[in-house]
Design a protein around this ligand. Structure first.
Ligand code: HEC
Length: 109
């Protein structure tokens, strides 16, 4: 066999090497700053037990600042509308925690 006959085969192999059929792109996404931990505060445990099954902490922390009554209404909405299994006894602690956290300066959260 002449050397010329194997040359095309080598070229094809080389072409395969440099041009794979599938190219994977680096598709990274940038998540917003996400405070994964709830800050310390009275009632934190009640929130962890009753709320974080459905929400990341940031969902709750990134709410507009609202009144105590509004938080009571939100927790009630979770119970009634979304069937959240929240212990009624825990509601004051949960509401107290949310009000407490929202009263802290942004940087401390
Ligand atoms: C059974 C699942 C579930 C649990 C448990 C739950 N939630 Fe929700 N929550 C939802 C759903 C569903 C929504 C509406 C969709 C969304 O905004 O992600 C929601 C929305 C919210 C919102 C957005 C504002 C609003 O009125 O919709 C806040 C704030 C909130 N929940 C707080 C809480 C707090 C605090 C607790 C714990 C007392 C809690 N959730 C427990 C399911 C749940």
């Amino acid at each position: 066999m002449s050397r010329l006959a194997i040359l095309p085969a080598l070229l094809i192999l080389a072409a395969c090497d440099s041009a794979p059929a599938v190219t994977f792109k680096d598709a990274s996404i940038t998540l917003p700053d996400d405070p994964l931990e709830l800050p310390e505060g009275p009632g934190r445990d009640a929130v962890l037990e009753n709320c974080t099954a459905c929400h990341s902490p940031s969902t709750m922390l990134q709410q507009p600042k609202v009144s105590r009554e509004k938080w009571e209404a939100i927790v009630g909405k979770m119970q009634k509308l979304y069937k959240a299994p929240i212990d009624d006894d825990a509601v004051p602690a949960i509401v107290g925690y949310m009000v407490h956290v929202q009263s802290q300066p942004e940087a401390a959260r």
